[in-house]
Design a protein around this ligand. Structure first.
Ligand code: APR
Ligand code: ZN
Length: 256
């Protein structure tokens, strides 16, 4: 049996002998759905300056805000057309076995929910792009609606209720992560018995602490990624490859 097949069988075995499997995902799980990642080849940060995506810049610089809205309406971040890929569906399959303790994701594309996971099973550390929120009165608007406003050639979408500044619900650099989501994710990471990382460089704090907490808590750590991650030395099993090809084979192997 070649090395990859043996690794897939080993992870299937770990899942079979686990009760609480926590899956941690990054942008790499969504590239096979046509959404670019950030630091892989052709990633978002090879085309745009991350400095333009800080909360400070968003609040102070109209040009940076326009960049956000343009990307969301028809650029690289227009995720609404994307569909879940076999990696997302394999995780939903895993849920149907009763062993999925939850998914902690850094992604804002909502593809785990589109693949059938209930909201309470998906902890979105970096928020999501399904809505935009008014920074003055707190009103929330579906992003699809805001994108239509942008399409109507207005300069910058503003709140329909108070004309306040709108901001996508995704967490920007320098912004606090949603406290309850982060503490729930931390609690589950310490409590799980197996943590599987799919498609992340594990280079952004505090999200990258989650797989670390799992390992410190005694869970086995599996990392499946194209290219190196910052926690490779922590992994009990490290598989190099595409999430959309490997995860379905692992989950299919659990039932065997
Ligand atoms: N299968 C497995 N791995 C993949 C695939 C794939 N199909 N496609 C890409 N990858 C790998 C890339 O090679 C890269 O190593 O997934 C990893 C994605 O890493 P990043 O682009 O750094 O994305 P992520 O770890 O999710 O970034 C975390 O950084 O910019 C912020 O807020 C943003 O949530 C994001 C955070
Ligand atoms: Zn408002």
């Amino acid at each position: 049996m070649d090395k990859l097949k043996a690794q897939i069988a080993e992870v299937a075995d770990l899942i079979r002998n686990s009760e609480k499997v926590l899956v941690f995902t990054g942008a790499g799980i969504s590239t096979e759905s046509g959404i670019p990642d950030f630091r892989g080849a052709d990633g978002i940060w090879s085309k745009y300056d991350p400095e333009d995506f800080t909360i400070q810049k968003f609040m102070s610089d109209k040009r940076a805000r326009k960049l956000h809205w343009d990307l969301l309406s028809d650029g690289d971040l227009s995720m609404f057309k994307a569909d879940p890929n076999p990696a997302h569906h394999a995780i939903t399959e895993l849920k149907n076995t009763g062993k999925l303790y939850g998914v902690v994701t850094q992604n804002v594309d909502g593809l785990h929910q589109k693949a059938g996971l209930p909201d309470e099973m998906v902890l979105q550390l970096h928020g999501d792009l399904s809505h935009a929120r008014c920074l003055d009165c707190g009103s929330r608007f579906p992003m699809q609606t805001v994108v239509e406003w942008i399409g109507a050639d207005i300069d910058e979408p503003v709140c329909e209720n108070c004309s306040g500044m709108l901001k996508p619900d995704a967490v920007l650099f320098g912004e606090q992560l949603p406290f309850e989501v982060l503490s729930e994710a931390e609690q589950r990471s310490r409590d799980c018995d197996l943590c599987i990382v799919l498609g992340s460089t594990l280079s952004v704090y505090p999200a990258s602490l989650i797989p670390r907490y799992a390992s410190e808590g005694g869970a086995k750590l599996v990392i499946i990624n194209l290219g190196p991650t910052e926690l490779d030395s922590w992994a009990d099993i490290r598989i190099e490859g595409k999430a959309g090809e490997i995860m379905p084979e692992i989950v299919a192997g659990v039932g065997k």
